[in-house]
Design a protein around this ligand. Structure first.
Ligand code: NDP
Length: 291
């Protein structure tokens, strides 16, 4: 049976380290992250609440801006511009998904690169491509790197397969794995990939970021592989009060006995995304304060 990578425990260690680091800094003000939420999507409400709670635990100030569902792009831009110009704000996070009338790309690019702690702007994606240490790296892939490192998984020269090519997970994940220091040999798959099962079965490190339950079955996993499940899918369940439960993209029950390490859903990658947001916010603060 695989070792189950406990994302909650690793995230707690990161929070503790950030809190200690912050406690050692004496400066005129605390770090500050501004959250923007548009509308009342229940998942977004709960994600932002969680981020506010963790920020408070670490000692990071947070400011929440809630805009109505029918907000227009120019109104959202005006808020982002004012936060960009606010010297007391180190980090800006616009919670996705945004209502349909708003462009996520335009919105993410409106955030000033040095406050773009989500790492979704063209500027930060470009810096990541160049392996520039100033890049703010998208929090989910950055969190996966941290999980892999802290679990003692060696990536150098090994074969990594990333299933999914989104700008927020798949693409930056592939760039991070191939980066100097990680040195994996990376293959990226997507919905048009042929022989997906065959390619996945060659992976020493398999990352599933698809958004479809049961995409990765046991026959697609190499014996002894490390499997990272990014997917968060709501499926109906008669055993929960809410009537649904969260599952990943991996058939956990049948894959776990085959691999060396695996992340659960929930409690794997998810908590690390929040931890990396806090890490990026502290880095932005240090940069702004000249520390
Ligand atoms: P997207 O929908 O943007 O991307 C999904 C990717 O999966 C696409 O590249 C798509 O291919 C590919 N894909 C779809 N179907 C298949 C298939 N049958 N075989 C192979 N590839 C396929 O999703 P995200 O990247 O934003 O998110 C992926 C999952 O991760 C979601 O469940 C999301 O909720 C979760 N997530 C979790 C986070 C966390 O903190 N744990 C954070 C962010 C996301 P194509 O490009 O061809 O369409």
């Amino acid at each position: 049976m695989a070792e189950i990578i406990d994302g909650n425990a690793v995230a707690s260690s990161v929070h503790r380290e950030l809190k200690e680091e912050l406690a050692g800094i004496s400066a005129a003000r605390r770090p500050c992250v501004a959250f923007i939420r548009v509308g009342e999507d229940p998942a977004s409400v709960s994600y932002v609440r969680k981020k506010e709670r963790v920020a408070a635990e670490i000692g990071i100030e947070s400011r929440l801006h809630v805009l109505p569902e029918n907000t227009q792009q120019n109104e959202l831009n005006a808020l982002i511009d004012s936060l960009n110009a606010d010297g007391g704000v180190d980090a800006i996070l616009v919670q996705a998904p945004l209502p349909k009338q708003l462009s996520e790309r335009d919105t993410f690019n409106r955030v000033r690169a040095d406050k773009d702690v989500d790492g979704f702007s063209n500027a930060n994606l470009g810096l990541l491509c160049q392996e520039d240490p100033r890049a703010f790296v998208a929090c989910t892939p950055a969190g996966i790197v941290e999980l892999i490192r802290r679990s003692g998984v060696n990536t150098s020269g090994r074969r990594a397969v990333v299933v999914g090519r989104s700008l927020i997970v798949g693409k930056p994940m592939a760039l991070l794995l191939m980066k100097k220091g990680m040195d994996a040999t990376v293959t990226v798959c997507h919905s048009k990939s042929e022989k997906l099962a065959e390619i996945c079965a060659q992976a020493d490190i398999l990352i599933a970021a698809v958004g479809r339950p049961q995409t990765i079955s046991a026959d697609m996993v190499k014996e002894g592989a490390c499997v990272i499940d990014v997917g968060i899918n709501r499926v109906p369940s008669s055993s929960t009060k809410s009537g649904y439960k969260l599952v990943g993209d991996v058939d956990f029950e049948n894959v776990a006995p085959k691999c060396s390490k695996i992340t659960p859903v929930p409690g794997g990658v998810g908590p690390m995304t929040v931890a990396m947001l806090m890490k990026n916010t502290l880095a932005a603060y240090k940069r702004h304060m000249g520390i």
